[in-house]
Design a protein around this ligand. Structure first.
Ligand code: ADP
Ligand code: MG
Length: 331
């Protein structure tokens, strides 16, 4: 089973940033309001994600580490997914490629922890923790030097971790995020902080985008709010005057999940076709939300690609939703 876990792990965990993504998604799924991510040496020696979510009962800790154990779906309906997680693969995969410790506490019980290294889990032990869950992953790929060799510089890996945290922070404006680089010990250096936003969704998103993408984007973008046959589009898209020389500032989410998808970026480009020359790109943070049955997020284990049941509908929604907002703004 260790070998199987390592193979699965190769799909789920390519680099420190993919581990961070899985752990932060778990924290979000657990209903956390505050999430802190610490890393050292680009995440190669340490990744620690702390949340104040629902916690894991001591008796369930071994289960959380076993393959295909998920508390999130009952297995009967893989198409009806409302959480990030549903495969039950992340924790066993991380336990196969690094030294993983989960410390957790559910309200009204003692905290407990479990450690797994090289796929071998120890017993559940009492621990000290106020609330929520702390997952610590040390020495990623220590048992597979070949994989370690493929990692980029600490700086590049740290950059990728930052990107992942920022993307997830955009999708969860009511949750506070702190990212710290603790290389060299101590409390570390704060890399990114996004305080929890309040107010309605558009206010909260506007505030969060100002934190993540900058005040200039927030002040030069239009609120987008459109609906078509059960597909909802919300978010902010830049005025044509605030365009970029590359498409890096385009952030797309489907049912709260950061995605990179040609259909959606193509639609975004199409919406601005009349307003931007070919070498300019609109900055945008757009959220498509729909019944999980209308979109397949099960395309790739990293879950960043999506397949809409009706691609034309998704494209049409984005093009018309954005054009409508641009027209209202006098374009
Ligand atoms: P999945 O997210 O696909 O269910 P994971 O391997 O990521 O699978 O996690 C396994 C299980 O461990 C989850 O279904 C959940 O019950 C529990 N779990 C993991 N992380 C947390 C967390 N931060 N807070 C509470 N429960 C968690
Ligand atoms: Mg998960």
């Amino acid at each position: 089973d260790g070998a199987i876990n390592r193979i699965a792990a190769g799909e789920v965990v390519e680099r420190p940033a993919s581990a961070v993504k899985e752990l932060v998604e778990n924290a979000i799924d657990a209903g956390a309001r505050r999430i802190t991510v610490d890393y050292a040496d680009g995440g190669k020696t340490l990744i620690r994600v702390t949340d104040d979510g629902c916690g894991i009962a001591a008796a369930d800790l071994p289960l959380a580490l076993s393959r295909h154990a998920t508390s999130k779906i009952d297995g009967s309906d893989l198409l009806d997914i409302h959480t990030f997680g549903f495969r039950g693969e992340a924790l066993p995969s991380l336990g196969a490629v690094g030294r993983l410790t989960i410390t957790s506490r559910v309200p009204g019980a003692q905290a407990a922890e479990i450690t797994v290294a090289g796929g071998q889990a120890g017993g559940v032990k009492p621990a000290a923790l106020n609330a929520g869950t702390t997952v610590t992953l040390r020495d990623l790929f220590y048992a597979t030097p070949a994989r370690l060799k493929f990692l980029r510089t600490d700086r590049a890996e740290a950059q990728a971790i930052g990107d992942v945290v920022k993307r997830l922070a955009m999708a969860e404006p009511f949750v506070s995020f702190v990212l710290r680089d603790t290389s060299g010990g101590g409390d570390g250096r704060e890399v990114f902080r996004a305080p929890a936003q309040t107010g309605d969704l558009f206010d909260a998103l506007h505030g969060r985008l100002a934190t993540v993408l900058g005040r200039e984007f927030a002040d030069n973008s239009l609120a987008i709010d459109a609906e078509r046959e059960g597909l909802h589009l919300t978010g902010y898209a830049a005025l044509p005057t605030y365009s970029r020389g590359s498409a890096v500032a385009q952030y797309l989410f489907v049912n709260g999940r950061p995605v990179r998808d040609k259909l959606l970026t193509g639609a975004l480009r199409g919406a601005y076709f009349d307003f931007l020359s070919r070498d300019r790109h609109p900055a945008a943070a757009l959220f498509v939300d729909c019944d999980p049955r209308l979109v397949d997020v099960n395309v790739h284990p990293a879950k960043s690609e999506v397949r809409f049941r009706d691609p034309g509908l998704a494209r049409g929604l984005i093009v018309s939703g954005l054009r409508h907002a641009l027209a209202n703004a006098g374009h």
